[in-house]
Design a protein around this ligand. Structure first.
Ligand SMILES: [Zn+2]
Length: 223
């Protein structure tokens, strides 16, 4: 089952996405505008939003889990900027301020699970040194499980990696394992149940087959 778990996840994600709430859309827009503001100030950033928003179902108080993608010249030789990076600190602060102001009085946390330096990605692709690179694996992995903000900033890199057959051959088993690790937590299981409850509470019928698919998806994790 390992080889097709990514595919099944994507199918499920797309089905849930049909239930996009106004909160989910409003939030996505707030983050999009935040990246546009940063771009005007000379900071090129993008995000991959993970967790509940990624399934279109989100409450005003739900925390946001995300991956930060930025262009950092200070740490060009590192796939991920160190925690003390001034560029990372600055953009995180700006995003928080902008999004909080725009969505007030909603109060929620923005949790950054990882950071990817796109300057590093750009260079690796330019010199054609992509095989075995964990940062590049992560970039493509996050692209598949997340919901992008300011996608044009990094999608050319993803496209280029996806066209590299040797790289794709490498990443498939890696991504399946990473996804199982990401999903195989009690928290995620609980989240899925919560999504279902919320959909039902809002009086929407689950599409035919979704319930079964969800169940088989859960069962498959135990294989
Ligand atoms: Zn940096």
């Amino acid at each position: 089952m390992s080889t097709n778990i990514v595919e099944r996840y994507l199918v499920l994600k797309n089905k849930y996405r049909n239930y996009d709430t106004k909160y989910a859309l409003k939030r996505m827009q707030a983050f999009r505008l935040a990246t546009q503001e940063l771009s005007k100030k000379g900071y090129e950033v993008a995000l991959e939003i993970l967790g509940s928003i990624n399934f279109g179902i989100v409450e005003p108080t739900s925390d946001v889990d995300c991956i930060l993608l930025l262009e950092c010249d200070l740490h060009k030789d590192q796939g991920s900027c160190p925690p003390h990076c001034p560029n990372v600190s600055y953009v995180k602060d700006e995003i928080r301020k902008f999004v909080t102001k725009r969505l007030q009085p909603e109060v929620f946390n923005i949790e950054y699970l990882d950071t990817i330096n796109l300057k590093y990605v750009e260079e690796k692709i330019r010199i054609e040194d992509v095989l075995g690179d964990e940062t590049l694996y992560c970039l493509l992995f996050y692209r598949n499980i997340g919901r992008p903000v300011n996608r044009p900033l990094f999608i050319p890199y993803c496209d280029e990696l996806e066209e590299n057959h040797a790289f794709v051959k490498e990443i498939i088993p890696w991504a399946a394992e990473a996804l199982e690790g990401y999903l195989n937590t009690n928290q995620h299981r609980m989240s899925f149940n919560k999504y279902n409850e919320r959909i039902r509470a809002r009086g929407l019928d689950l599409p035919e087959g979704l319930q079964q698919e969800l169940q088989s998806y859960m069962d498959a994790k135990g294989d």
